[in-house]
Write a protein that binds this ligand. Sequence first.
Ligand SMILES: [Zn+2]
Length: 57
Amino acid sequence: MKTMNCNQLGGACGKEIYSNTVEEVSALRKQHGIEMHQNQLKSELLQLSRYKTECRS
Ligand SMILES: [Zn+2]
């Protein structure tokens, strides 16, 4: 049984990911990133674009 958390795998949170194989951990990490961090990334990009718009006006 392998236990890695999102941080250890280069992610932005401490969610623990368990699996029997390293391959499966990395697959689950990828899935978790798609589900959990894509929204986060989008909102960061949205904030950034708002900030740029405010600077221009
Ligand atoms: Zn995470």
